[in-house]
Every structure is written in structure tokens, then in C-alpha cells.
Design a protein around this ligand. Sequence first.
Ligand SMILES: Nc1ncnc2c1ncn2[C@@H]1O[C@H](COP(=O)(O)OP(=O)(O)O)[C@@H](O)[C@H]1O
Ligand SMILES: [Mg+2]
Length: 241
Amino acid sequence: MSNSVGKHSYGEFGDRKEELVRSERLAFTGRIAASIAHEIRNPLGNVSMSVQQLKKGCAPDSPWVKHIEVITRNTERINFLITELLNCARPPKLNIKPHDIHEVLESVLDSVRTKIVSQHVKVHKKLNAELSIINVDNEQIKRVFSNVMINAVESMPEKGEMTIVTENDRDNFILKIKDTGGGIPEEDIIRIFDPFFSTKSSGVGLGLSICYGIVVSHDGTIAVESKPYYGTIFTISLPIK
Ligand SMILES: Nc1ncnc2c1ncn2[C@@H]1O[C@H](COP(=O)(O)OP(=O)(O)O)[C@@H](O)[C@H]1O
Ligand SMILES: [Mg+2]
């Protein structure tokens, strides 16, 4: 089962018609999500300000303090979710510069090392791309790689193998992140890029929609292929301009 989104597609993911429908649907979902998020922001700001005033007027030993803290914590959480949602609907303005993607990958691997080690995941690297210096927004592209790698590691809670493959075709730098985890059921694969779709008990479900927004803003594509009980391959393709 596979699913591919972005401006263009290639190889085994080349069903252009399905891809266009998917991109439009995502753009529509993103616009609705962004307008809802925007509308929630103002009243939420008012709640935060009023709670701060309440806190000021409360004696430190008052029984109300703990309720005020609950409200503060939850308004902060909603604010965080809304900001993430707005970011995935409209990724921030890109700061594009040439970067060696192989170095970027090494630094992302370092940052997820603890999780990799604690879950006994073995990492294989096949960095075969000859042309790996690409114009990207370093911070944003790191976010994409780290979201996809963390998902891969989370799909292998006991142990497993993650393989990072890079290659070039004529116009693109291609990265594949493969895992030997539980895979994605056929009925879920169409929904994994939707905001707030998550099958994890503590998942937010914004990781892949953020990845989608960032990759598309780089004129790239992100595709997924998965076999339940066997594993998943995410393929990110970025144009060499
Ligand atoms: N490598 C993977 N293996 C299995 N399932 C995956 C993988 N990557 C993503 N998924 C599925 O896609 C869902 C959405 O992922 P994401 O947007 O990153 O949100 P979250 O990680 O917070 O759940 C996950 O909850 C999971 O069901
Ligand atoms: Mg995730």
C-alpha cells in the first residue's frame, strides 16, 4: 500500500491523479484548520490574561492556586497545539541556503540517539548520493528528518532496524527512511498526513502534516509505502536546482 503527496512524484509512487486529489484535499484541510486555529487564538489570549490577573490577586496558600495552575497549564497546551497547527498549515518563511544533507542527517541521528539506543534499534546507513549539497532551510528540513526518524523508532518499541538510504536521480536528492516496525494498516495510510491523526496514546498527530508542509514548500515530495507487520518506508525527494 502506498501514498504519495507533493508537487510531483516518481518511480513506484507515480500515480499522478491520486496524488493531485490528495494534495488538494490536504490544502483544504490545512486552510480550515488554520482559520479555526486563528479564531481560537484571541479568546484563548483573553483567558490567559485573566488567569494571570487572578493569580496576582490570590494569596499563595489559597486553595484556588491549584485550579489556577490547571487552567494555566491547559491554556499553554492549547496555545502550543494551535501554534503547531498554524505552522503546519503555513510553514514559516524559508531561510534557504546550501547544506550538505548527509551532514544534516548525521546531526539529526545524533539528536535522536538516546531514543534509538533505549529501544535497541540498529541503524544502517547507505549514504550513496553523490550530490548531497542542496538548497534547503536547515532548521525546517531537520524537523522533517527528525519527525520521520522518531516515528520509525516509535514503530519499533522492542527492537528493530532503521535504514537510511540516500541516492540521486537526474533532478532530485532522494532519502529513504526504512523501519522494520509494525507498519501502517491500509485504512490508515490515507490519513497519516492529516492534522491530528495519531494512533499513539500520547501522540499529537501533527508530525507528518508539518513534514508535508515543509517538504512541499521546498518543491519536494514525501511518499510512504508500508506493509503491516513488516515495516514502512518514507521517501523524501528534494529537487537539486
Ligand atoms: N514509521 C511508521 N510506522 C508505523 N506507523 C507510522 C509511522 N510513521 C507514522 N505512522 C503513523 O502515522 C501517525 C501520524 O504520525 P505523526 O503525524 O508523526 O503523529 P504522531 O507521531 O504524534 O502520532 C502515527 O500515529 C502512526 O499511526
Ligand atoms: Mg510523529
